[in-house]
Design a protein around this ligand. Structure first.
Ligand SMILES: [Fe+2]
Length: 180
């Protein structure tokens, strides 16, 4: 078995898509973006976990909201990973790789009250927005405008999730928002 260490940014020759970006620029972008992809995977699983395990009188609202948010996360994963391949970088290869890079914590609690689900997802998405904004700066500094532009779109979706989760958390009695 090969013992050579495979860095996240150093693609083998056959995967080295031609680019006018320097190796160090590509490396900086990959080091900023791959952890974001790992976090999107982790948050996708957490959001689906809540989609499957939510309970209570507002089941349908939350079930559907979580599904919509999981879908947006999944879409961002493929776009970001392919951006890195377009500049000759490498990206996520396994669940274990995700585990090494993710900063979003896993959630294995057996029963999470609905509003606590909202609160946890709100926190994760807020931190995700912060990291995505920081990565946009890295892309700008390394002349990778398209990845920066894509991240702006991805950040817009993260902020949409933050908005919906924030509003959903505004009112409630522990089970969910009160409807008139
Ligand atoms: Fe479903």
């Amino acid at each position: 078995m090969a013992t050579r260490t495979m860095h996240a940014h150093a693609a083998p020759r056959a995967l080295a898509t031609p680019t006018d970006l320097s190796a160090s620029e590509v490396r900086s972008v990959c080091e900023a973006v791959n952890p974001l992809i790992a976090d999107a995977f982790a948050l996708y699983v957490k959001t689906k976990n809540f989609h499957w395990h939510v309970s209570g009188p507002h089941f349908r609202d939350y079930h559907l909201l979580f599904d919509e948010q999981a879908e947006a996360l999944l879409e961002s994963i493929d776009s970001l990973a392919e951006r890195l391949r377009k500049i000759g970088g490498s990206t996520i290869r396994s669940i274990r790789h995700i585990g090494r890079l993710q900063t979003v914590g896993d959630d294995e609690d057996e029963l999470v009250p609905p509003l606590e689900m909202i609160r946890r997802l709100l926190g994760d998405n807020r931190r995700m927005a912060e990291r995505q904004r920081a990565a946009i700066e890295v892309c700008d500094k390394n002349r990778d405008t398209p990845t920066g532009n894509l991240l702006q779109e991805v950040l817009d979706h993260t902020e949409r999730r933050v908005w919906f989760l924030h509003e959903t958390s505004q009112i409630g009695d522990g089970t969910g928002p009160t409807r008139r």
